[in-house]
Design a protein around this ligand. Structure first.
Ligand SMILES: N[C@@H](CCC(=O)N[C@@H](CS)C(=O)NCC(=O)O)C(=O)O
Length: 332
């Protein structure tokens, strides 16, 4: 009995100590010149293969021809909660990726990272920011409309990126098949948003085929699809008005960097054909084909993929093909 009490006491002591060293807090966005982190190269990027915001910053760096030292940080979907480990929290006390580090100073928030990086295009690479003030203004609006900000689950009408997380739930359900329960449970002890480990444990217990029985997830998916449809309608109209091929017309800009990852996520969650096709927002379909043709898509997306994402996408596709209820719950 005394032994057991000692054991419980030691476990609580360990948890309290560990928790006090893994506290997270929000960080201000943009360049933090007052923070200096250990670094070896001018630019370093802490990122994750699946993270939408990480993909955006990687695409931007590739488009600008900026070389960087890569630090892949696992999120639970790709294997473990490395993002809330002590080492990464020293880089970003908010526990989120991506973090761009320039000469040792972190830049927080991906939409700020791409704006910041644009001033450092390598020789021979365009800056991705138009000179014309009106075009710049339009670019900013389209960046905002594709940035992940605030509480995404509550503000999907604000931007396409905010509407995306609920659409990603089926992919979470397949990717999480590969992650052991003890790894996911660590989030119950230390993650700053307990909804995430709970969601992952429920998805793991249920499995992709029983997702249709999870009413709230199905309802959120439906709502997200409708919100994304609205955002894509607006994009379709903009591409039509400007004549394409890019959001600002002839000039490829940061707005296109920011939108590429929305389409890529829809591809990963096997939902592209619900929203984009020759008969459904054909301008967007053409736009996505052009984005995919850019070398940055290969370098920053395809070459940076992760076996668990590829497994997850394939598994989801197969599950939908074999399960009409799942297909219906996810919009067809
Ligand atoms: N607004 C931030 C969002 C950063 C963010 O939420 N990143 C996610 C991945 S896309 C993350 O690191 N989540 C932590 C987790 O999943 O544990 C940005 O644009 O960089």
């Amino acid at each position: 009995m005394t032994g057991l009490l000692y054991l419980i006491g030691a476990a609580i002591g360990w948890w309290a100590w560990e928790r006090s060293h893994r506290r997270t807090h929000p960080v201000p966005e943009g360049l933090q010149s007052d923070i200096s982190l250990p670094h070896q190269e001018e630019f370093e990027l802490y990122h994750n293969a699946l993270s939408l915001c990480s993909m955006k910053t990687r695409v931007c760096m590739a488009e600008l021809g900026i070389a960087y030292r890569s630090h892949h940080i696992d999120l639970i979907e790709t294997g473990s909660y490395e993002n809330i480990g002590r080492r990464f929290l020293a880089v970003n006390p908010a526990g989120t990726v991506p973090v761009l580090v320039h000469r040792g100073h972190p830049v927080y928030e991906s939409h700020e990272q791409i704006r910041y990086a644009a001033a450092f295009a390598a020789p021979g690479y365009p800056s991705l920011v138009p000179d014309d003030a009106d075009l710049r203004q339009r670019m900013e609006e389209w960046i905002d409309r594709s940035s992940l900000t605030g509480d995404p689950l509550a503000e999907g009408e604000k931007s396409a990126a905010n509407a995306i997380p609920a659409m990603t739930v089926p992919l979470f359900a397949t990717m999480i098949e590969r992650i052991p329960v003890d790894k996911i449970s660590e989030g119950l002890l230390f993650h700053f948003d307990k909804r995430r480990p709970v969601m992952f444990l429920v998805l793991k217990a249920l499995g992709i085929d029983r997702l249709p029985s999870l009413g709230p997830a199905v309802a959120m998916h439906r709502k997200s699809r409708a919100q994304l449809a609205d955002h894509l309608d607006a994009l379709e109209a903009e591409l039509d008005r400007g004549g394409g091929p890019w959001i600002l017309g002839e000039q490829y800009s940061l707005a296109d960097v920011s939108w590429l990852v929305i389409f890529e996520r829809l591809r990963q969650v096997d939902s592209l054909d619900l929203l984009v096709g020759d008969d459904l927002r054909p301008r967007c379909a053409e736009y996505w084909a052009k984005l995919r043709d850019r070398p940055a898509y290969r370098t920053a997306i395809l070459d940076c993929s992760h076996p668990t994402i590829e497994y997850g996408t394939e598994r989801l596709r197969a599950a939908k093909a074999n399960n009409p209820a799942l297909r219906q719950a996810l919009g067809g």
